[in-house]
Design a protein around this ligand. Structure first.
Ligand code: GLP
Length: 262
């Protein structure tokens, strides 16, 4: 595991984009796992800038999004498909047919979940999974209590998540109660995982997710079991970590021993 702490949100967004650019140079047909929420917006902005100013080429890249609300049409401004088009896909040269977001309008939602897993498998699995973290420690929409082995499925959102996400909707009652989400097991299959978090409001949950016990109460804590996970945190989000100094020391010295991690 690697914990990279940078001063600001912009710094972690830039750092994340550089890592993706480096991987794309080695593997132009990279399979990206993408997230929504406010956290990855800076990363997407930087990837768009790299595409426009540095000709970063997404023509062979494929993407799979983590989740989607049930019952929102793709052009609903709060649907995750709309979010991805607006904030990333419409501004880079990725082929739209190579971008996949679970279909929350599918007639048979369970079949859609199975199909989603199958498509990821057929594509060869996810190379880089981008994650944010919910205030209750969830990743994607894997709410507290989710099975740590879960696969893509229909999930009922918690009151906390509905409340958190209501800031994007006119009224709290407009927030969908259900979502399709990749499971914890599906996320853990990714070859590498990058979790981004910024701001003081994520400080406590980041500390328990990274340094607390592995528990379904904080689904992000399972990432401690992943062999290639990197946390990209700004100083506020990292402020409650016990081993903050150690992570910094590793980060500063890692160039000396290739492959050194925490
Ligand atoms: C939603 C998404 C998650 C995201 C979380 C945090 O619940 N399903 O993927 O990580 O919100 O959002 P934010 O980045 O806005 O704090």
């Amino acid at each position: 595991m690697e914990v990279i702490v940078r001063k600001t949100y912009e710094d972690i967004s830039r750092e994340g984009a550089k890592i993706i650019r480096k991987k794309m140079a080695k593997k132009p047909d990279l399979i990206l796992g993408l997230a929504t929420g406010s956290t990855p917006l800076g990363l997407y902005k930087e990837l768009v800038r790299m595409h426009k100013e540095e000709e970063l080429d997404f023509s062979q890249v494929k993407s799979f999004n983590l989740d989607e609300y049930v019952g929102l049409v793709p052009d609903h401004p709060q649907s995750y498909r709309y979010f991805m088009n607006e904030n990333l896909f419409d501004h880079i040269n990725i082929k739209k047919e190579n971008t996949r977001v679970p279909d929350g309008m599918a007639n048979d939602l369970e079949a859609e979940c199975l199909q989603y897993e199958e498509e990821i498998r057929k594509a060869g699995g996810i190379d880089i999974q981008v994650l944010g973290i919910g205030s209750d420690g969830h990743i994607a929409f894997n709410e507290p209590g989710s099975s740590l082995g879960s696969r893509t499925r229909i999930k009922t959102l918690t009151k906390q998540t509905i409340e958190d996400n209501s800031r994007f909707f006119e009224k709290e009652k407009d927030v969908p109660r259900f979502a399709l989400t990749m499971g914890i097991g599906s996320i853990m299959d990714s070859r590498s995982i990058f979790l981004f978090a910024d701001g003081e409001r994520k400080g406590d949950v980041i500390a328990v997710a990274i340094e607390g016990p592995i528990t379904a109460d904080i689904t992000a804590s399972i990432l401690q079991m992943h062999p290639r996970v990197t946390y990209l945190l700004d100083e506020a989000a990292a402020s409650k970590l016990k081993r903050r100094d150690y992570y910094r020391w590793v980060d500063e010295n890692k160039a000396k021993v290739k492959g050194a991690t925490t």
